[in-house]
Write a protein of this length. Structure first.
Length: 285
């Protein structure tokens, strides 16, 4: 019974609010009418007929896939680099992990400043080097806002991938590389036949975890662009936020959250069904 109080606290602060949010999706409830009126599937029907929902879902997929790919590439590059005996490796490790340790609000404000089209340092450098003829609206352009957000999130959370990849690289048996070189394998062949197969389970885990987190990402996007310009970076979390706190329709917002949960649940089932992460980890050992 020693865990009783902790279990009660967990249920009261975590599971009950989740259950209430899931239930709310089947009711009509707004900020101006706190009564909960049974709506059945009406909220879901309304959502599925909204073009903005599908547009936000598409942007969420683009943002998630782009961010995860960039983070894995970032982590793979620095993981391989830090695994080598190079000068200043300790300092470089600290610099690589630094973005992951910074508060999101700090990163949002910093990138809003350095990528500003009027006085941002990046645009000043690009103009002085004659790479561009006029300032680039990184977060203000319809075709540049989403790629810019992907690069910022990739830079911030690529450290997570780098740490996991570095940890896995240091656990690979050096004899595997010796055997490969004995058979005449070069650097690229060693990477393709030894390193990459041993990293497979780690890369799948990173893709799964970061995919879930990026699909639910709200704070950094809201701080930098608030879903703009013209909804160019309005992902599903931003779309749900607008329904709840701009339209003040909590029933529809909860229904949208249920749809997000269903999407992530389906992805999780596919991941655990077809990639067998437990077996991958056992083989990796």
């Amino acid at each position: 019974m020693a865990i009783g109080p902790a279990l009660i606290l967990l249920v009261a602060t975590a599971y009950l609010p989740i259950a209430f949010a899931l239930t709310l999706g089947f009711f009509h409830r707004t900020a101006f009418d706190p009564r909960m009126t049974w709506a059945g599937l009406a909220n879901f029907s309304w959502l599925l007929h909204q073009p903005d929902l599908w547009a936000a879902l598409w942007r969420s997929m683009v943002f998630t896939i782009g961010s995860v790919v960039f983070q894995i590439a970032f982590g793979l590059f620095f993981g391989l680099l830090l695994n080598k005996a190079i000068l200043g490796r300790g300092l470089m490790r600290s610099l690589v992990i630094l973005p992951y340790m910074l508060p999101t609000i700090v990163i949002g404000l910093v990138f809003n400043w350095i990528l500003n089209p009027e006085f941002g340092v990046v645009n000043q450098i690009l103009l002085q080097l004659s790479i561009v003829s006029r300032p680039v609206p990184f977060f203000g352009g319809l075709h540049t806002a989403m790629p810019s957000m992907i690069l910022v999130t990739g830079w911030q959370y690529g450290s997570f991938a780098a740490l996991l990849i570095l940890a896995r690289l240091q656990s690979i048996n050096p004899r595997l590389y010796e055997a490969a070189r004995t058979c005449g394998a070069g650097t690229w062949r060693c990477f393709w036949d030894v390193t990459l197969p041993n990293l497979r389970s780690t890369l799948l885990l990173i893709a799964f975890l970061r995919g879930i987190w990026m699909f639910n990402k709200f704070d950094l996007i809201w701080i930098i662009t608030q879903g703009g310009p013209l909804k160019a970076t309005e992902t599903l979390p931003i779309y749900v936020y607008r329904i709840a706190f701009e339209d003040f329709n909590f029933g529809r917002a909860s229904a949208a959250c249920l749809l997000m949960f269903a999407i992530l649940l389906a992805v999780s089932v596919v991941y655990f069904r077809y990639f067998s992460p437990t077996k991958e980890i056992e083989v990796g050992r």
